[in-house]
Structures are given as structure tokens and as C-alpha cells.
Design a protein around this ligand. Structure first.
Ligand code: HEM
Length: 471
């Protein structure tokens, strides 16, 4: 028995060493691979990457290597040899490539939770189809008009409960508002028992996104998968009810958009699973956008004053006309949009995206080998002083003369997988800021931005509010 065990161990070690030697030899002979270091055996440079990621300046990991090796370099993080791109043009090329060149790459626990047919993982024609359908629906003025009313309603309801005697935790408030909006857009669920059930299950579900990929009873991943099953069951019940009542001619939510499509691959199971998976990119990012905007405004009185004046003016004009604000009114206030853009640039809510190379590729002279991971790191581009003067300064005025559509500004990614929720994220942030600054003055308590594993405020952004008495 002992000797069989020995043989197995020796064989396993030989295979691992052989694989690593093969990779190293391959990379040694490929002298066009970007410069860089693969770090320690197995762990590579992961520990340094993570310790920088937890600091105030996660990009120091990149800065150090950019100085030594240039804007594109090789490393070894999260168990894979990785090419890191902090070069806007190289990243643009990668994002625009199709699945023959690069496919999404996520940690194992995340892929298990999302399932094989998640829009975040699938490639080819089905991904294009779902992306196109969802993107067109999110862009439609019909949805924007309808969702503006819902967004206003949830924002006002939340703000009505705020008191002046206790701090308001903005991160929690905005999370609550955004979740309600997201669920309304996806499956038209209104606040109530099912919404509370979904919210609770979703928290269980996302707790497993960064867990160890061990799926045994009692493990974090197991509990998260169970929560996902519970949510999928609820969504499938809603699908059945919707089908039995007949689906509206003009779809009212993403679920109906997908149910109405004739593509046979869009089964009820796939649609139900994707309703949950689509909550992942939207659930955390929009509330953090709103929270960070308030944080930066609290630290920049001149910007806060200009934004408040712009919003009070719009409110006054609409009141005179006896009209409610339309979605296009919210998006037409240029300074408010510049504040949101600058928050996206500085906040780097999504620091970058990971891909896996499906074949050997050469981009701008850099070789990327098949099977390697690629990290397109937006944060370094957004904070590069070659692209932005004083990049660490919150300066919304810089957007008055700048183009938004540039490969130096990619908070929503780009190419094939450009975030379909980008307009909605801006609209929701604009509505929240409008009602916040026109109804309240506030004093923010000292708080700190944490950047890893997701961007958030250490103390959940406590603010002391006072209702405005002026018109
Ligand atoms: C501030 C808010 C947001 C930010 C910064 C953001 C950022 C991103 C980024 C960078 C990607 C590209 C991922 C990749 O290339 O692999 C993405 C994809 C995606 N986002 Fe967003 N997002 C936001 C809000 C939303 C919202 C509100 C929704 C609504 C449901 C949404 C739905 C999606 C979906 C479905 C994808 C996947 C698209 C695909 O792979 O085809 N996002 N988002």
C-alpha cells in the first residue's frame, strides 16, 4: 500500500514539474514574451499582488513593474501565468477580440456559481444574441421612462425614512435602492415578501463568489449554490405565471425580452439562471458609484456647490412648468454627468477584466501564449498622468473638454462585452444625486475606501443629514 502511494505521489510531482518546466521552457524560448517575473513556484507573485490590492494604492504592484518592464508585462497570479496590460491600446485590442482569441476567465468558485450558460461565461452567437437583446432593451426610451419612476420612488422612500439624529449609512441605503431597481428591471418584482426572500438569498449567494472551490455539504460554496437554486426556483415560478397570463407585446422586463425571443437555446432554465447571474455585475457596482460620488463631493466643496446649483436650477424650472423630471432631464445636466464620469475614473469600481488566450497571439509586438491569462488593468490607465493631469485629484471639470469615448476611459469595459447596464447605472446615479443634494445638506464622517476584493467603504459611509429649508 505504502509503495503504491509513493508511486502516485512521485507521478503527481513529476507531472506538475513537467508541466511547469514545459511552460517555463516555452516562455524562455519565446523571447518576444513581455518582460517580467513569474515569481515563486506555484504562488508566483500573488501575495504581492494581493497585499498591494488591499492598500490605498493597488496600482503600486503595476507601477513597480511598469518602471522595470514597460506597460505590458508577464507575471504569475492566482495560479496562472498572466500577461498584465496597463496599455490602453493593447487592452482595447484584447476586449475587442472574439472568443477565438480570448474568453472570459474567472476564479473557479465564481464559474461554479454562475453555471455554464451564464452570459458572463458563454461565448459565440448565444452571448452576442443575449447581449444584443439586453443592451437594446436597456437603451430603449420606453424602459428608461418607466424605470425613472421606479428609481425616483425607491430613492424617495429610502430618503423619507432618514432621521437627523443618527448617521445614515449611505452604502447600505444605496445598496437597498439599487437591488430593488435591479430586480424590477430584470423580473418586475415589487418590494414585498418575495423581494426580501430574494435579497436574503442573493447575499448568501454572493458570499461564495470568492470562496474556496470546495463543494461539500456545509462549505461556503455549497451554501451559495443552494441559495442560487432557491432563487432560480422563484424565478421559474414567475416565468410560469407570466406565460399563463400571456406575455405583453412590449416587454416590460429583461425576462420577457428573453422569453419573447425565438432562439431555441433560450430555455426557461437558462433564462431563470441568467436573471440571477445578471444581478452580479449590477448589484454592487451602482451603489458604490453613488456612494463614492458622495464621498468625493464631500471632499470637494466647489464641485458640490456647482452640482447642487445645477440640480436646484433644474428642479426650479420643472416646478415652474408643473412637470416631473424626465429621464433625459437627469442625463442632460452636464456638470452632474462630469461628476459621475470623474467618480468612475477615480473609483475604478471594476479594476479590470480577466481573459484567457485561446491561441498564441501577437499584439503591438507582445506575444501572448495560448492558455495564459490576461489581465487588462483599467485602474493604471485611469490614473496615468500621461492621460490625466493630477490623476489622483477629483476634478470633474476635466470632462468639460474631453471625449468620453476613448480607450483611456473604460470603466464599463469595451468591445464584445461592453457593459449593457452603463446607461442605467448613470441614470440611477443621476437620480440619486439629484434628490440627495436638492433635499439635504450633510456632514460626512471620516471613512476610507477599501479596494479589494471589491471596492467599498470601510465604515459604510456614515453621513449626518439635515433637510434643506431653502427652496
Ligand atoms: C457602475 C456600474 C457598473 C459598472 C462599473 C459595470 C462594469 C462592467 C464591466 C467592466 C463589464 C465588462 C466585463 C467583461 O468584459 O468581462 C460589465 C459587463 C456586464 N454588465 Fe456591467 N457594470 C455596471 C452596472 C451594470 C448594471 C446596472 C447592469 C444591469 C444588469 C450590468 C450588467 C452587465 C452585464 C449583463 C454584463 C456582461 C455582458 C457580457 O458579458 O456580454 N452592469 N459591466
Amino acid at each position: 500500500m505504502d509503495s503504491l502511494w509513493d508511486v502516485l505521489v512521485v507521478t503527481a510531482i513529476t507531472i506538475i514539474l513537467y508541466r511547469n518546466c514545459f511552460r517555463l521552457l516555452r516562455s524562455k524560448f519565446c523571447n518576444q514574451l513581455p518582460l517580467g517575473s513569474l515569481g515563486w513556484p506555484f504562488i508566483g507573485e500573488t501575495i504581492e499582488f494581493i497585499s498591494c490590492a488591499y492598500s490605498d494604492r493597488p496600482e503600486t504592484f503595476m507601477d513597480k513593474r511598469r518602471r522595470l518592464y514597460g506597460k505590458v508585462f508577464k507575471s504569475h497570479i492566482f495560479g496562472s501565468p498572466t500577461i498584465v496590460s496597463t496599455d490602453a491600446e493593447v487592452s482595447k485590442f484584447i476586449l475587442q477580440s472574439d472568443a477565438k482569441a480570448f474568453v472570459p476567465s474567472y476564479p473557479k468558485s465564481l464559474t461554479e456559481l454562475m453555471g455554464k450558460s451564464s452570459i458572463l461565461l458563454i461565448n459565440g452567437s448565444l452571448q452576442k444574441r443575449i447581449h444584443g437583446l439586453v443592451g437594446a432593451f436597456f437603451k430603449s426610451s420606453h424602459l428608461k421612462a418607466q424605470i425613472t419612476k421606479d428609481m425616483e420612488c425607491y430613492v424617495k422612500l429610502s430618503m423619507a425614512s432618514w432621521t437627523e439624529n443618527n448617521p445614515i449609512y449611505l452604502q447600505d441605503e444605496t445598496k437597498n435602492i439599487s437591488f430593488q431597481v435591479l430586480v424590477k428591471i430584470l423580473i418586475s418584482l415589487n418590494p414585498g415578501q418575495s423581494m426580501e426572500f430574494l435579497k436574503k438569498q442573493f447575499q448568501e449567494f454572493i458570499a461564495g463568489l470568492m470562496a474556496l472551490p470546495v463543494n461539500i455539504p456545509g462549505s461556503r460554496l455549497y451554501q451559495s449554490l443552494q441559495a442560487k437554486r432557491n432563487m432560480v426556483k422563484l424565478v421559474k415560478k414567475i416565468i410560469q405565471e407570466r406565460k399563463s397570463c400571456g406575455i405583453s407585446t412590449v416587454p416590460k422586463d429583461v425576462m420577457e425580452v428573453l422569453l419573447k425571443d425565438e432562439n431555441e437555446e433560450l430555455t426557461d432554465d437558462l433564462i431563470a439562471e441568467n436573471m440571477i447571474d445578471m444581478m452580479i455585475p449590477g448589484e454592487d457596482s451602482v451603489p458604490i458609484l453613488m456612494t463614492l460620488a458622495v464621498k468625493y463631493l464631500s471632499d470637494c466643496p466647489a464641485a458640490l456647490q456647482q452640482l447642487t446649483e445645477e440640480n436646484l436650477k433644474m428642479k426650479g424650472q420643472k416646478e415652474q412648468l408643473g412637470e416631473a423630471l424626465h429621464w433625459s432631464d437627469y442625463l442632460s445636466m452636464p456638470f452632474t454627468q462630469s461628476v459621475i464620469t470623474e467618480t468612475l475614473r477615480m473609483g475604478n469600481i471594476i479594476i479590470g477584466v480577466m481573459r484567457k488566450a485561446m491561441k498564441d497571439m501577437k499584439i503591438k509586438g507582445y506575444l501572448i501564449l495560448k492558455g495564459w491569462s490576461v489581465l487588462t488593468y483599467f485602474r493604471s490607465v485611469h490614473l496615468d498622468d500621461n492621460h490625466y493631469d493630477c490623476p489622483y485629484k477629483f476634478n470633474p471639470w476635466r470632462w468639460q473638454e474631453r471625449e468620453l469615448s476613448s480607450c483611456n476611459f473604460t470603466p464599463f469595459g469595451g468591445g464584445q462585452r461592453l457593459c449593457p447596464g452603463l446607461d442605467l447605472a448613470r441614470l440611477e446615479a443621476s437620480i440619486f444625486l439629484h434628490h440627495f443634494v436638492t433635499h439635504f445638506r450633510w456632514i460626512a464622517e471620516e471613512d476610507k475606501i477599501i479596494n479589494f476584493p471589491t471596492v467599498r467603504m470601510k465604515k459604510r459611509m456614515p453621513v449626518w443629514v439635515k433637510r434643506r429649508r431653502d427652496p
